[in-house]
Each structure stands twice: as C-alpha cells, then as structure tokens.
Design a protein around this ligand. Structure first.
Ligand code: ADP
Length: 639
C-alpha cells in the first residue's frame, strides 16, 4: 500500500466526522481572525499558509496577495533577514517555542516592530508540519516609550536649567531633588542637600514654624503662586540670609505627594524697591517744598495728586482735593480752555495760561498754569499734570502799577493845566490890578475921587478873585495829597444853609433867592465850615450862570439815612456830554456863547469835601432848563 493509500485509509474512518472537522476549522479561523494579535502560519519552507485579519490590517496586504509566498520575501527588511531566517531555521529544527522581535515592512513601505512568540506544529510522525507565529505590533508602544523618555529628559532639563531655584521634598520634608540654580543660590553642593530636611535652608528662627506650615500644606496641597506678599527669608551655606519669594506646587507620584518649591532670591528687587521708595520720597519732598502748586488729574479729570501748596492755594486739605473732579475748582469754560491748551501742548506748543480757580470758600483766585498731558507707553492720554502759581499778588501789583502810572499821568496833566491856569488866570487879575494902580500913580494929580474909587474897587475885586483862586488851588492840592481835614461832628445844617444864602443874597441883589427848608432838620455828620464852603460854591455858580432876576432856590429833604440839600437855578443848564466830567478838576464848559470864568476847581473841591464828610454829590441838568446840584450828608445817628 502506497503511503497515500494508507493515509486515505486512515482518514476514511473519520469521514463521518468531516462536517464536524470543517466546523472546527471554521471556528478556529474565526478565532484567529478576531484576535487582536497577528497570527501567521508558515509551512516548513517559510511559505505563508495562513494570515489573519490583524496581519492584513497591520501590513496592508490581503491574504490572497501573500498566500504561498515565503514570508521573508514579503516582509523582512534586508538587514534583519538573515537573523530572522536563523530563528526560522531553529524552529524548523524543532527548537521551539521561541520569541524574538523584528520589523515587518507594510505594503506602503512603513516599518512595524513586532514581538513574535513562535511555535511549531508536528505531524503524526513528529516532523514539523507548520510554524505558527503570534505577534504583537510594538511600534506605537515603542514610540510612546520614546516620547515619554524624551519628555522626561526635557522635563529634567527644564528643572535643571530653570532660572528659579527648585527644591522637591517628600512628605517628611526631606529634600529629594534640587536643580543647579538651587545649588548656586544656597551655596551647597547637591549631595549636601539631598535627603536633608528642607528646613536647613531656612534661618533658624523660622525652622520650627516651617515644620507646621509644611504639614498644613500637605494636608491641603494646592498650588500657591509666587506673588504672595510674605516676608520670607532663606539662609545660605555660609549663614548669610536673603529675602526670597516662594511658590509651592504639589506633585502627585506613585510614592505619594511631593512638594515642589520654586524660589527666587529677591535681594536685588528689594534693593531696587528701596531705592525707588527713596527716590520717590526725595521727589515727593521736592514737590512738597515747591513754591508752586502741583496738581495731577486722570483722563476723566479726577484729581489723583496734589501737593500741600496746591491745596493751600485753594484753601482745601490735600485729602479733600484727592478724587475731586476739576469742575470743583474751575468753571466749565476754564475746563474747556484747559483741554484746548493740553491739546496744543501735546502738539509741542509750550504755553503758560492764567486761570481763575475757585477756592473752597467760593472766592476766585488768579493763577498761572503750565500743564502737560501724561501719556502711557502707547502714547494714549491718561491724565495731565499742572504747575499752578498763585498770581493774586502779581495781579495786585500790576493793578497798583497801572494806577500809579495813571496817577503819574494825571499829575503830569495837572501840572500842565496848572501852569496854563497860573499863567492865564493869575495874570489876568494881576494885569488888571497893575493897570489900575499904574493909572492911579501916573495920574495921581488928575484922577478924580470917583475915578480913584472905581479903580480901587476894581483892584479889590481882582484881588478877591486872586484870593479865591489861590485858596481853590490850595484846597485842591490838599485834597490831592489827602491832607484836607474835615472836622466831623453832629451838625444842624439848617442855620448854616440860611446864613450862607443870606450872605450870597447880599452879593446878588438882582437874583431871587428862595429858601424852602423844613422847620427842623435832623443833625448830620459834617464839618460846618466845609458845608458853608460847598453851599456857597453851588450858590455862587447858580447865580453866576443864571440871568439876573432868575430864581435860585435851596431846599432840603430828609430820608432814613441822610439829609439831601438841593440848589436849583434857571440858568442855561449843562449839556449831557459835559455832565459826566463836571466834577473833574479844571473842567470847564467852554464854547461859543458860554460864559467862562474861574478855573474849574469849584465843583471838584465840593465833591472832595462832601465825600470827605461821608456824603454824595450829584447833578441833573437839561440844556436850557436850569441845573440842580444836590448833595447828601449822613444823619448823625448816635454820634
Ligand atoms: P469854577 O470854580 O471855575 O466856577 P466849577 O468847577 O465850579 O468851576 O464849575 C465848572 C464848570 O461847570 C463851569 O465852568 C460851568 O461851565 C459849569 N457849571 C457849574 N455850575 C453851573 C450851573 N449852575 N449852571 C451851568 N453851568 C454850571
């Protein structure tokens, strides 16, 4: 019997279980196809007999494409081919199972690293019939491991070369890891720190408390950032202390929670802070000592800084001003102006402006302000800074200077007026006097007694005119110098008025002088002599400027505060354009048809006298309808 015959004979008894066998094979196929591992079955020649789905997925080949081909032709990379063939040879020689790792090349040329567990199936005679390889694709895992190793290395480098000192301690506070910066900062070599309690790095006085703090942190391990405003100190190997800033972070590991502390030596920063504070103090002192006010506002116009001088200028305290808007100290129009000035200043135009500021008590103060905008690094407007000088005094001085200048000009004018008056008004009566006396002397034997009398009368009149002129000039100069004295006392002006009028009546027999006074007048504060002078002057003018037989009347009225005396005439009146100047010194109404005599001092003296007695003088007049001069004298309540 041939060998094949024998076999067929052997198989025949099993024929009835053929179905069962197929089922078993199908089940086997299904199982290896579902397996996540690669399963490849080879014949002793290395040809692929079976190739499961996982193999198809990993390699990209379908089973049909590789069936019957030696696996080394399809999958092996040249540099590994010999070694793998060696492994295969051993398997075929009965050395199994074995394990090894090698690469397979996929259909699209990528390499996959596969860990194989191999075994062989023997036939009934004990010869190797099939070789079965079961493989796991390690490529991803390897890649993951490499990535992990890579990131571990990076992390280690990060720690090692970090610019902050890093110290990792375990749950007992023992140092597990330090980086290079920690060595540098503390002055210890790494091995001197590792395994020691972290407290050795603290000044002795803090060590005990730190053990407690450490416990607290571990009980509730949360990252604590570095910016905590704590006054923390560390100590170097050489015993010197230095200020530090410390951040903490728990690190979960398989062996429990570790604490990573990262710390920075802030000696330099502290020094810089102190220097900054010092320079701030210096500038603050400088600003405080300025004679000028310094005022800063933010973009909304709220006060963010003022020095003491600024608050003093406005009558506030510094605290009262801080936070207040500009509108508390300036009118809206001034704020608008200030904003415009700032805009110009931004464009580089440097100016100083006078501003009226409002003080706490509501009064206004003149100031000179030089303001500059404040901008941030991007150039956006964030506020303004102003230097403010109180110029009230300067203004007052300016006003006084102006007044002095005006006075000087007036004095100048007065001088020239005086000269022309002296030359004219003094000379005219003098010429007249000399004319008369010369005639009397030269023709003494020819002059009749009547002529002599007439000449002497003229001399007398002119002398009186001169006398009046001189006394007016004297009174005026005293008024100017402020040396004209009035002796005020409670005075009954009624008899004074009556006496003055009757004296004037004697000199002006052709005029009708009318007195219209209440039967009594309350006492006024006045100097009787000066009242006579004022009334005589007004009556003299009234008579002088009104035609003979015209009425000149004097009346008086009383109100709560004063007695008002009025002198009224029926003369030509005074044109409206002259009225505002009628009380000015040397003011005379001149022109065609206007009679002028005198030097224009009478009314100026009247005004000076009435005002010196605390009263007021006024005029109303209409050309052609006469003139009313009135003056008031204050009632002498309780005098
Ligand atoms: P004087 O001392 O020279 O009389 P006054 O100061 O008394 O000068 O008067 C100034 C001017 O006012 C006079 O030149 C005159 O033109 C005008 N004046 C004063 N009183 C009257 C009046 N009652 N009627 C019209 N004009 C008057």
């Amino acid at each position: 019997m041939s060998k094949s015959k024998e076999r067929r004979q052997e198989i025949t008894p099993r024929a009835k279980t053929k179905d069962a066998l197929r089922k078993e094979r199908d089940l086997f196929s299904a199982v290896i196809d579902t397996a996540a591992v690669l399963v490849v079955v080879l014949d002793p020649q290395g040809q692929i007999v079976r190739f499961n789905r996982a193999c198809e997925q990993v390699t990209g080949y379908g089973f049909d494409e590789v069936k019957g081909r030696p696996f080394w032709d399809v999958f092996l990379i040249p540099e590994e081919a010999e070694a793998v063939k060696g492994v295969f040879g051993k398997l075929r020689a009965g050395q199994f199972p074995n394990e090894h790792e090698n690469h397979w090349i996929t259909k699209d040329g990528r390499r996959r690293l596969i860990a194989w567990s191999n075994t062989a199936l023997l036939d009934d005679h004990g010869s190797v019939e099939y070789i079965v390889g079961t493989g796991i694709d390690l490529t991803e895992r390897k890649r993951g491991e490499e990535a992990l190793r890579d990131s571990e290395e990076k992390f280690r480098a990060l720690l090692e070369y970090a610019s902050v000192a890093i110290i990792i301690v375990d749950g007992h506070g023992l140092i597990q890891l330090v980086n290079a910066k920690a060595e540098e900062v503390f002055g210890y070599a790494r091995r001197e720190m590792l395994g020691h309690p972290v407290e050795v790095l603290l000044p002795k006085r803090f060590r005990h408390a730190h053990v407690g703090l450490r416990g607290g942190f571990l009980a509730n391990p949360r990252p604590r950032p570095m910016n905590a405003p704590l006054d923390l100190w560390a100590v170097r190997k050489d015993g010197t202390e230095f200020p530090v800033e410390v951040g903490l972070s728990p690190v979960q590991t398989r062996d429990g929670v570790l604490v990573m502390s990262y710390l920075t030596d802030i000696t330099e920063r502290r020094r810089a802070e102190v220097a900054l504070k010092e320079s701030e103090k210096k500038y603050r002192r400088l600003i405080e000592n300025l004679q000028e006010g310094v005022w800063a506002v933010d973009a909304e116009g709220k006060t963010t800084f003022v020095n003491t001088r600024m608050a003093e200028i406005l009558g506030y305290t510094v605290d009262e001003m801080l936070g207040s808007p500009m509108s508390a100290f300036m009118d809206e129009s001034a704020i608008v102006l200030a904003r415009q000035n700032l805009e110009r200043r931004r464009r580089g135009i440097r100016e100083q402006h006078d501003f009226e500021l409002i003080r706490k008590d509501g009064t206004r103060i003149c100031t000179s302000v030089a303001a500059s905008p404040i901008t941030d690094d991007d150039g956006s407007f964030i506020g303004a800074l102003a230097c403010v000088a109180d110029i009230t005094e300067r203004r007052r001085a300016e006003v006084e200077l102006q007044a002095a200048l005006r006075r000087a000009q007036e004095v100048d004018q007065l001088k020239s007026q005086l000269l022309s008056i002296v030359s004219h008004e003094l000379r005219t009566p003098l010429t007249s006097i000399r004319g008369q006396t010369t005639t009397l002397l030269d023709y003494a034997d020819q002059v009749t007694p009547e002529d002599r009398l007439e000449a002497l009368q003229i001399v007398d009149d002119e002398a009186e005119r001169l006398d009046e002129l001189i006394s007016h000039l004297l009174d005026m100069s005293r008024l100017e110098a402020g040396t004209l004295s009035v002796e005020l006392g409670a005075t009954d002006v009624r008899p004074i008025l009556i006496e003055s009028i009757s004296r004037m009546a004697a000199h002006a027999p052709s005029h009708k002088l009318v007195v219209n006074l209440p039967s009594t007048l309350p006492p006024v504060q006045a100097d009787p002599r000066r009242v006579v002078q004022v009334v005589s002057n007004l009556l003299d003018n009234a008579i002088k400027f009104s035609p003979p037989s015209a009425i000149v009347s004097v009346d008086a009225e009383v109100d709560a505060d004063a007695v008002r005396v009025r002198v009224r005439d029926e003369g030509p009146g005074i044109a409206p354009e002259h009225l505002p100047h009628i009380f000015d010194r040397f003011y005379r109404v001149e022109g065609p048809g206007v009679r002028t005599s005198g030097v224009g001092l009478g009314l100026a003296i009247c005004k000076g006298l009435v005002e010196a007695m605390g009263g007021h003088i006024a005029v109303t007049s209409q050309a052609g309808h006469g003139t009313i001069f009135s003056f008031s004298l204050l009632r002498a309540h309780g005098m």
